[in-house]
Design a protein around this ligand. Structure first.
Ligand SMILES: Cc1cc2nc3c(=O)[nH]c(=O)nc-3n(C[C@H](O)[C@H](O)[C@H](O)COP(=O)(O)OP(=O)(O)OC[C@H]3O[C@@H](n4cnc5c(N)ncnc54)[C@H](O)[C@@H]3O)c2cc1C
Length: 315
């Protein structure tokens, strides 16, 4: 209802994302201030309702067109829900799906959208969102002072909700879902068998400074000694030296390892966007003015071809 904070559950292949519970945690806190409830909208996967923690209520909507994400079906379903329930704020994960959907919903529901949100606080009647701009170089504070708003929230911004959830209520799908222009066919997955760099605690990341594919062997040896997978900047994956599944950054993957060790990466904004939240960043770059040193906790201007073999030997 009017003061509720509605969270869109994000799921893929029967798995609820961690971000969903992070959004519920924040929704619960905001709902305390707005006098509403933290409500989760679960589209196309009613069986996942039991995995949702901490929400006051879960609205499920089931329809064959919602089982897998398509912008058309999900936007229609979500627009129908928010038009019926008129929540104060809708929270969506800032994933590729979320960015897609947030923009569409903003137009369909005539509500302002704050993308790349990393902070949210209630301030009187306003909700103030802190959002990343320029790939996280700057932060902007935006007051949502109307009766509605949408934020797409960056993963890892809030602690996850815990505890049981309130009752699940099935909501009838809108008629529009029976008459869609697009149909989901299949999910094209990245090359099988490759490692998931987003799940690694430590990443050894290489950039163009590596010079050639042959030189990767040396860094691979170091990564093996540490027990970490190799990740890379875009020039390395563009050249085909490592698969696309290893690319960190704006058009690659966002990672948040405990340690991110870089060799020959300059630290372009598009790269930083994918790794700046790593707990500990260690950079090796011969150029002392390279922007990677702005975000690095430790750095060295040693030549990587001197440092890497020495480190491997030590380890
Ligand atoms: C829309 C868009 C999306 C993009 N998405 C991404 C993305 O997802 N990920 C990404 O990474 N980039 C992305 N980029 C590209 C980005 O702008 C940069 O071009 C890229 O990150 C640079 O990669 P790099 O740091 O490896 O190479 P460079 O910028 O060429 O840096 C190489 C570094 O290696 C250092 N070096 C050289 N030799 C040595 C040595 N022997 N020892 C130590 N250091 C050495 C140099 O000093 C230099 O700083 C994107 C760009 C655009 C426009």
């Amino acid at each position: 209802m009017a003061n509720d904070i509605l969270v869109l559950a994000d799921h893929l292949k029967g798995q609820l994302s961690d971000t969903t519970l992070e959004l519920v945690g924040k929704a619960k806190e905001l709902a305390g201030a707005t006098g509403g409830q933290a409500v989760v909208a679960l589209l196309g996967a009613p069986d996942l309702a039991g995995q949702i923690a901490g929400a006051d209520a879960v609205l499920t909507m089931d329809h064959p067109a919602l089982a897998d994400y398509t912008p058309e079906a999900w936007e229609k379903a979500l627009a129908h829900l928010v038009t019926e329930r008129q929540p104060r704020l809708v929270l969506i994960g800032n994933s590729t799906i979320g960015m897609d959907l947030g923009a569409g919903l903003s137009a369909a529901w005539n509500a302002p959208l704050v993308a790349y949100t990393v902070g949210l606080e209630a301030d009187g009647a306003d909700i103030v969102a802190t959002a990343q701009v320029y790939g996280g170089k700057l932060l902007a504070e935006v007051a949502l002072s109307g009766d509605r708003g949408i934020c797409t929230v960056v993963a890892g911004s809030f602690p996850a909700a815990t505890g049981g959830a309130g009752p699940a209520e099935a909501v009838a799908p809108p008629a529009g879902l029976d008459n869609l222009g697009t149909t989901f066919l299949t999910l094209v997955e990245p090359e099988g068998g490759d490692v998931d760099i987003t799940a690694a605690d430590i990443l050894v990341s290489v950039g163009r400074g590596i010079g050639s594919q042959d030189n990767l062997d040396e860094v691979q040896e170091l990564a093996d000694a540490i027990g970490a997978p190799l990740s890379a900047s875009r020039p390395v994956t563009d050249a085909g030296w490592l698969p696309k599944t290893r690319q960190v950054g704006k058009s690659g993957l966002k990672v948040k390892p405990k340690v991110y060790l870089t060799f020959g990466i300059s630290g372009a904004p598009e790269h930083l966007e994918g790794m700046r939240d790593a707990e500990l960043i260690i950079a090796c770059n011969t150029d002392a003015n390279a922007p990677i040193f702005v975000v690095a906790h430790y750095g060295t201007t040693l030549d990587l071809f001197d440092l890497v073999p020495a480190m491997t030997e030590k380890l």
